[in-house]
Design a protein around this ligand. Structure first.
Ligand code: 5GP
Ligand code: ZN
Length: 110
């Protein structure tokens, strides 16, 4: 838990979110500024700033993130979807707690 991290606060229920999934390692909720009809964020509970901070010890966690995407997409009526992990400021990352976007149902622009 990083005290200054907005997603750690969501993981710990300090900041509310529209949560759609939770298990021991992962949480998923709706993005506050959706860029598609369905825009989900899949977030590991472990505070890792970026994909660059992952190593072999995080392989199972990353696999879980990927495998959760089609499950949640299906639950939200999507037959196809896009996934995105922004990495680092140059990669467009704004929240420095690893997360994967899942978009579907038509992008709405930003
Ligand atoms: P990034 O650019 O870091 O990949 O994306 C961060 C995403 O987190 C953005 O799409 C932004 O709308 C979303 N976001 C930022 N703060 C909050 C929040 O407090 N609640 C929720 N649900 N989403 C957030
Ligand atoms: Zn965090």
């Amino acid at each position: 838990m990083d005290e200054n991290c907005i997603f750690c606060k969501i993981v710990n229920g300090v900041i509310p979110s529209k949560k759609i999934y939770e298990d021991e390692a992962m949480i998923a909720f709706f993005d506050i500024k959706p860029m598609a009809r369905v825009h989900l964020l899949i977030v590991p509970k472990l505070h890792l700033e970026t994909l660059k901070d992952c190593d072999g010890s995080h392989q199972a966690l990353l696999g879980k993130m990927l495998l959760l995407a089609p499950v949640l997409a299906k639950e939200h009526g999507l037959s196809g979807f896009k996934t995105l992990i922004n990495t680092g400021r140059e990669g467009g990352q704004e929240v420095f707690h690893l997360h994967m976007h899942v978009f579907g149902g038509g992008l709405t622009g930003s």
